[in-house]
Ligand binder design. Structure first.
Ligand SMILES: Cc1cc2nc3c(=O)[nH]c(=O)nc-3n(C[C@H](O)[C@H](O)[C@H](O)COP(=O)(O)O)c2cc1C
Length: 221
């Protein structure tokens, strides 16, 4: 199988999307005859070229992080540019990977519905959508915390490489938790009270010299 993978993270090669794709593709490539091309949307702003790549592809996976409950702007522009595929015959099959910072999968179910509809409108066979929450920390988490997630991505890639399908049991496993448990919500509320919730994000804001401007409302008069 020939696969074209679009990485839609604005962080490009240094993204969490890259890490998850690495494990998926490691499994995918294990089947003899499989090959893939990996395209970073952020460094390929020539939309015409991206459309040509998509038209020529046999199978596509579009992977991106959830941004404000949807997709990053560069991914939306890419999707819009795929209009020439609408109504055409023999379009590639298309699958998606949506990963997010917040842990509950339910957060991404709305964009998942959009993506399924998108595949139909593009006249592409819908392969499915891998949804995984709680990913922001994977670059700093110790190995024992990421082992299961990475292995599931590897297995998903392996099954996909053999069958052209996403394994539903693995998708369900990755989708946990669909909602936060009452206990977790209580824990978050407690962490909020003692000022722990924003520690990680505040650190990033400080590193980018944006901490003082965190409550700015540039569009409010
Ligand atoms: C501008 C912006 C908006 C985001 N919006 C959401 C969101 O709505 N829900 C969520 O769970 N995570 C959100 N995140 C977190 C990212 O989805 C998460 O950090 C992801 O793992 C980043 O992946 P990447 O490194 O591949 O870009 C947002 C991050 C940024 C920078």
């Amino acid at each position: 199988m020939k696969l074209t993978v679009f990485n839609g993270s604005p962080r490009g090669k240094k993204s969490n999307t890259t890490i998850l794709l690495e494990h998926f593709l490691k499994g995918f490539i294990e089947t003899d005859g499989n090959s893939y091309e990996l395209v970073y949307i952020v460094t390929n702003r020539d939309v015409g070229k991206l459309v040509e790549i998509s038209k020529d592809a046999n199978n596509i996976i579009l992977a991106f992080p959830l941004y404000t409950d949807c997709m990053p702007g560069i991914v939306k522009s890419f999707i819009d540019s795929l209009k020439p595929l609408c109504g055409k015959q023999n379009n590639p099959g298309i699958g998606f990977l949506v990963q997010s910072g917040f842990p509950e999968t339910y957060h991404s179910r709305f964009v998942e519905r959009y993506l399924e509809k998108l595949a139909k409108r593009l006249n592409c066979r819908y392969i499915g959508c891998i949804v995984k929450g709680g990913i922001e920390g994977i670059r700093v988490m110790p190995h024992f915390m990421t082992k299961k997630i990475f292995n599931s991505f590897y297995e998903l890639g392996k099954v996909y490489g053999k069958s052209g399908r996403f394994d539903q049991m693995l998708l369900n496993k990755l989708a946990k938790p669909e909602h936060l448990s009452v206990l977790t919500v209580l824990f978050y509320n407690l962490a909020k009270l003692i000022g722990l919730v924003n520690t990680y994000w505040d650190k990033q804001l400080k590193e980018n010299d944006a901490f003082k401007r965190r409550f700015d409302k540039p569009y409010t008069r």
